[in-house]
Design a protein around this ligand. Structure first.
Ligand SMILES: *[C@@H]1O[C@H](CO)[C@@H](O)[C@H](O)[C@H]1NC(C)=O
Ligand SMILES: *[C@@H]1O[C@H](CO)[C@@H](O)[C@H](O)[C@H]1NC(C)=O
Ligand SMILES: *[C@@H]1O[C@H](CO)[C@@H](O)[C@H](O)[C@H]1NC(C)=O
Ligand SMILES: *[C@@H]1O[C@H](CO)[C@@H](O)[C@H](O)[C@H]1NC(C)=O
Ligand SMILES: *[C@@H]1O[C@H](CO)[C@@H](O)[C@H](O)[C@H]1NC(C)=O
Ligand SMILES: *[C@@H]1O[C@H](CO)[C@@H](O)[C@H](O)[C@H]1NC(C)=O
Ligand SMILES: *[C@@H]1O[C@H](CO)[C@@H](O)[C@H](O)[C@H]1NC(C)=O
Length: 462
């Protein structure tokens, strides 16, 4: 019996050994890790910017989450400073907004449910933005976190639980730097590059390990990286621990914002610039973090015309996926914890579109051609060879010319969600095996058209 147990135990340990890979603290090693497969297959996530900046919810045309930075601007004419003075008086400090961050209507299950209805499969919440205020009770941010001041709630814990309950992946954004953290400012003044790393050792590293150990996020989305090289941030130390030792080592995915010069070079998926839409195939997994309005954090003065409509957003989503990217769409809830209604409507629109067209998105791969024009884009299902043409304008003429698919007399086509009873037919080129087909659509009235972006599914073509 003892022998049997020890044999089984050693078999078990062997299995563990086979699966456990050791990553060391250098970029060559970190970059060699394969991307956990869930991330590429899900394609769509929701970014959430939520913090003390959600209280003033004001921006001078930039990002509302930069309010404190703008407030400290040396220029007395600065519009944030002016607006702040008019509304709160010159003696009202940014920190005084924290008690007003009450989140009294925040219901994590409601947020998770709206996100789930959008068809998104992962969430990335700002655990800490550049202001340093944390949405969990961080010991390194005493008196400046959501349990000590503001809602007196652990927002990260509540949302993590609600999101995981619906079977979605929960992720956390974390700013490496803090504009006004005294330890960071002191490190920065020690030299360039800094000769001491007190902020990293006593604040950043304990916080990163804390959020991983406490909440087991499936995404760590670093930002605020650009002032220092990754050596200062000790990014590879953290990532080697994350990939080798943490409880999420097999599932966690990270981005590329780990230090000056890391973007599109080091880490996990690439993010380029904010709202990056390269419109060509990128041969490394990447992500487009888009906004619905302009600001990531809630800006209560953003007018209707600043918001992109669902049609355009679904077009950008299609372009992103065609080129191998994931779409991370941002919402900015208000300080009461309500997701603005127009943002909710956008999420529901995307969810409706995905219910009809999800097979062209989830688990899809880029096709050999990404686009024919700026309004015809492709994806493919590699397992069964189906090709999807995502078309932005309805072919009112009744004909759609696709230049690149090679079809034959057995090929089939349909328009997903098309209500017309009559079939679409394929007109082949005059000689066999030539690329290029014409789709002949039956007459249909606009109420028969599917919503937003029109997805033609081609079977038996290549
Ligand atoms: C990085 O780590 C790997 C694995 O330990 C090692 O083989 C390699 O020499 C290291 N590279 C550098 C540049 O230190
Ligand atoms: C206000 O100051 C900030 C910080 O210096 C700056 O980024 C922003 O552009 C300024 N706003 C205006 C309208 O000048
Ligand atoms: C601020 O605005 C006033 C009035 O428009 C102008 O006279 C002054 O030069 C401005 N100051 C700066 C620093 O731009
Ligand atoms: C991480 O795991 C490796 C391999 O099991 C081990 O050698 C190393 O000591 C661990 N590091 C930490 C910080 O636990
Ligand atoms: C969406 O916005 C685009 C660009 O502003 C506009 O051309 C289009 O008509 C809008 N679509 C709807 C349905 O409002
Ligand atoms: C892709 O094709 C495979 C094989 O037919 C199928 O099981 C899978 O459901 C398809 N993917 C999607 C998202 O429809
Ligand atoms: C693909 O789309 C991009 C962005 O709209 C455009 O610049 C490019 O010309 C398109 N490619 C083709 C082959 O039309």
């Amino acid at each position: 019996m003892k022998l049997l147990i020890s044999v089984l135990l050693s078999l078990f340990l062997n299995v563990i050994n086979v699966n456990s890979q050791i990553y060391t603290s250098n970029w060559t090693s970190i970059n060699s890790r394969p991307l956990p497969s869930w991330y590429d297959s899900v394609k769509f996530g929701i970014f959430i910017h939520f913090g003390v900046y959600s209280v003033p919810a004001y921006s001078d045309g930039g990002y509302a989450e930069w309010y404190w930075w703008n407030l400290e601007s040396g220029d007395d004419n600065n519009s944030t400073k002016q607006w702040h003075g008019e509304h709160f008086g010159p003696n009202f400090k940014y920190q005084d907004f924290a008690p007003m961050f009450n989140c009294r209507d925040f219901n994590a299950n409601d947020w998770a449910s709206i996100i789930d209805k959008s068809g998104a499969k992962y969430v990335v919440l700002t655990s800490k933005h550049h202001e340093g205020y944390t949405l969990w009770p961080s010991e390194q941010s005493w008196g400046w976190n959501s349990v000590d001041v503001g809602p007196n709630r652990d927002i990260v814990a509540e949302l993590t639980k609600a999101v995981k309950n619906l079977g979605l992946h929960m992720g956390l954004y974390h700013s490496l730097f803090e504009w006004f953290n005294p330890f960071y400012l002191s490190d920065k003044s020690s030299g360039n590059p800094p000769t001491k790393e007190e902020y990293v050792d006593t604040v950043l590293m304990p916080q990163l390990m804390d959020i991983v150990n406490s909440y087991e996020p499936h995404v760590i989305w670093a930002d605020g990286d650009w002032e220092q090289a990754s050596d200062y941030w000790k990014s590879t130390d953290f990532l080697s621990w994350l990939y080798t030792n943490s409880s999420v080592k097999d599932v966690v995915v990270v981005n590329d914002r780990w230090g000056h010069g890391c973007r599109n070079t080091n880490g996990g998926f690439f993010t380029g610039s904010d709202a990056w839409l390269p419109n060509k195939l990128i041969d490394h997994k990447w992500e487009n973090c888009e906004t619905i309005g302009f600001s990531y954090g809630y800006d209560q003065f953003e007018p209707a015309k600043a918001y992109t409509n669902s049609t355009i957003l679904i077009q950008k989503f299609s372009q992103t996926v065609s080129c191998g990217g994931n779409f991370l769409l941002d919402i900015g809830p208000d300080a009461e914890g309500t997701i603005p209604i127009n943002m909710q409507n956008t999420l529901l629109d995307i969810g409706y579109w995905l219910q009809i067209n999800g097979e062209s998105i989830y688990d899809s791969s880029p096709w050999r051609v990404q686009n024919q024009t700026s309004s015809i884009w492709y994806t493919t299902n590699k397992s069964n060879g189906a090709i999807y043409a995502l078309v932005f304008e309805y072919p009112e003429s009744g004909q759609l010319l696709l230049n690149d698919p090679i079809c034959n007399s057995n090929s089939q086509v349909n328009l997903l969600g098309f209500k017309s009873a009559s079939k679409i037919t394929i007109q082949l080129p005059k000689s066999n095996d030539q690329p290029g087909i014409t789709l002949n659509l039956p007459f249909a009235s606009p109420q028969d058209y599917p919503p937003f972006v029109y997805v033609f599914k081609l079977v038996g073509c290549n």
